[in-house]
Design a protein around this ligand. Structure first.
Ligand code: GDP
Ligand code: ADP
Ligand code: 5GP
Length: 206
């Protein structure tokens, strides 16, 4: 599928800091927008419908999937999550840059659909630290944390299939690493030909 903007896909085990990092990245970069996923899980803490997620019933989610409303969807930790076409198609049509915060199964589906998608995996610095972050966040039940820790072992094994790996030890360093990936992507030939068309024309570049 042809797509003029950049598509960044960020995956990580739960608690690695993905949402916090992407939020910080968006605050630094007005040209980036995050896609809001649909999920069948219940809202957590301060989460709001239409801000963190579109919260839907499992029945409604499955009906959307059957209609082909999703670019990708997957079952993660016992709930359904998906990226709707509606969530990103308009931005993609404008050539805007979009970030997807999704699990590795979804990331690999997106790479099949959009070979130019940039896949970024966030690693926690250690298993202990991951557990502590999930505990500290304070909005996740102990049995849910145990399930997410078990799934994390399977998830980090997928980092090798991603284009970039960011270790979230010191938060600001990880934000800087993410920024660098976005910046480098925007310097690729095809992107520069779009963004610096006057220079390319003046230099007779194809
Ligand atoms: P941009 O993508 O056009 O915003 O520019 P760069 O990504 O090249 O640089 C962003 C800024 O981050 C520069 O001012 C760097 O000096 C600064 N910087 C460099 N290394 C680090 C680091 O490890 N952590 C943080 N927080 N900032 C850094
Ligand atoms: P995810 O979206 O991957 O599940 P969150 O962004 O919710 O993760 O982060 C999990 C918890 O860890 C949050 O309480 C967050 O404030 C904290 N956190 C994120 N990055 C760091 C870091 N580099 N150092 C310490 N705590 C962090
Ligand atoms: P959480 O419940 O902690 O918000 O997210 C749980 C997992 O679901 C995370 O790995 C997150 O990346 C993933 N996820 C969130 N939205 C989507 C989506 O639209 N598609 C897929 N495949 N995974 C998602």
């Amino acid at each position: 599928m042809e797509y003029p903007g950049n598509l960044f896909v960020v995956a990580a085990p739960s608690g690695a800091g993905k949402s916090s990092l992407v939020k910080a990245l968006l605050e630094l970069d007005a040209k980036l927008d995050v896609s809001i996923s649909h999920t069948s899980r219940a809202p957590r803490g301060q989460e709001q419908h239409g801000r963190e997620y579109w919260f839907t019933s499992e029945e409604e989610f499955r009906a959307m999937a059957a209609r082909g409303d999703f670019f990708e969807w997957a079952e993660v930790h016992g709930n359904l999550y998906g990226t709707s076409r509606a969530a990103i198609e308009a931005r993609m049509a404008h050539g805007d840059d979009v970030v997807l915060e999704i699990d590795f199964q979804g990331a690999l589906q997106i790479k099949q659909l959009f070979p130019y998608a940039v896949l970024i995996f966030i690693l926690p610095p250690s298993w202990d630290e991951l557990q502590q972050r999930l505990n500290r966040r304070g909005d996740t039940a102990p049995e849910v944390i145990a399930k997410r820790m078990a799934n994390a072992r399977v998830e980090v094994a997928q980092a090798q299939n991603f284009d970039f790996v960011v270790v979230n030890a010191v938060f600001d360093t990880a934000v800087f690493d993410l920024k660098s990936i976005v910046h480098a992507q925007r310097l690729k030939y095809a992107a520069q030909r779009r963004n610096r068309s006057a220079v390319f024309k003046a230099l007779d570049l194809p």
